[in-house]
Unconditional design. Structure first.
Length: 320
């Protein structure tokens, strides 16, 4: 392959720039021209394509967000939109495409692959909700961001003998709440994968108070409910003093962690190697610290497995 393209799609994640840089550098090392496709599939349809250069990727890898910008595109989910995208790909002489994004982006990637465009998916989403890979780019940074915030919130909660409830991202996957909860010594973690009723949760907080533990930290993934509603529930059923914080977009911004940078670099390299071997319709991921690849359809199909053992570890550490 002589000319490939790279795009970022769906939610941005810290580390996407490192993956773009890796795709560019690995491609150049293999004698390829690497084109940046701006604003995800939307930009692909609109022909927002330009050569990447050393200047465009230089001094960007420590920055969050994505230099290629990102977007969600409903037009790309129509036959007309995909056909337009394919005509742009042909017009620019692009022979293969690397897509960095979450499972929605991978579905789009597969649509292109099914129509004969060699495509490779790189997992980029802070939620870590893709079952075929142990980690997605951005997750580690988000966990670090949240862990740092937990300690700030704990300081002020402790000063007032209050319970702090921290809502984090994760509609279907509680990994951010779980990992940051363990990193930040949370007393209770509420995630969509584990059924803990709010009655039970409120009881535990009331019991903590009875045994003299006035400050607790509760992590709640958005898929397990809203922090404000949980706080209201606890207020109605106990005499615990409790406040909610919704962390929002600060989880997703900022410098990527070293782990995410290295992961992105490794995944980017494998993606380009696959295209160089004329292999498309694949997703790259990490299992037991080895980079590997699977078909896009398998990557999309594989359900994410929640780490129950890790969850139970927190239950033990919070209890004793
Ligand atoms: P995040 O995890 O951050 O939400 P994501 O990649 O899952 O990232 P989505 O909004 O689900 O984000 O998908 C991004 C884009 O991928 C969509 O806006 C759409 O353009 C494309 N896409 C999603 N599903 C499909 C599909 N079934 N067919 C074609 N394109 C799709």
């Amino acid at each position: 392959m002589k000319r490939i393209g790279v795009l970022t799609s769906g939610g941005d994640t810290p580390g996407m720039n490192c993956a773009i840089r890796s795709v560019f550098k690995t491609g150049v090392a293999m004698g390829m021209q690497v084109m940046g496709i701006y604003h995800g599939y939307k930009g692909l349809i609109e022909g927002k394509v330009d050569y990447l250069t050393h200047e465009s990727v230089e001094n960007k890898m420590h920055k969050g967000g994505t230099i290629l910008r990102t977007a969600r595109s409903s037009a790309f989910m129509t036959e007309e939109g995909i056909n337009k995208a394919i005509s742009v790909i042909k017009a620019y002489g692009i022979e293969g495409i690397v897509v960095i994004g979450g499972d929605g982006s991978f579905r789009g990637c597969m649509e292109l692959a099914n129509r004969g465009v060699p495509t490779i998916g790189i997992p980029g989403t802070i939620d870590n909700d893709m079952g075929y890979t142990d980690f997605t780019i951005g997750f580690d940074t988000a966990v670090n961001n949240v862990t740092n915030e937990i300690y700030k919130i704990r300081d002020t909660m402790r000063a007032h003998d209050r319970v702090g409830v921290i809502e984090v991202m994760g509609r279907n996957c509680g990994d951010i709440a779980l990992w940051a909860g363990i990193g930040g010594a949370a007393d209770l973690i509420l995630v969509p994968e584990v059924d803990i009723s709010w009655e039970e949760a409120a009881n535990r907080l009331a019991q903590n108070k009875l045994r003299g533990k006035l400050t607790s930290i509760v992590m709640i993934a958005e898929g397990a409910g809203k922090a404000e509603e949980f706080v209201e529930f606890v207020r109605q059923h106990t005499d615990v003093e409790i406040k909610a914080t919704v962390l929002g977009y600060i989880q997703r911004g900022g410098n990527p962690s070293a782990f995410d940078r290295v992961l992105a670099a490794r995944l980017g390299q494998r993606a380009v190697e696959l295209l160089n071997d004329e292999k498309g319709g694949r997703a790259v991921g990490i299992r037991h610290n080895s980079i590997y690849d699977v078909s896009l359809s398998k990557a999309i199909e594989m359900r994410d497995e929640f780490d129950k053992k890790l969850f139970e570890l927190n239950e033990i550490m919070a209890k004793f």
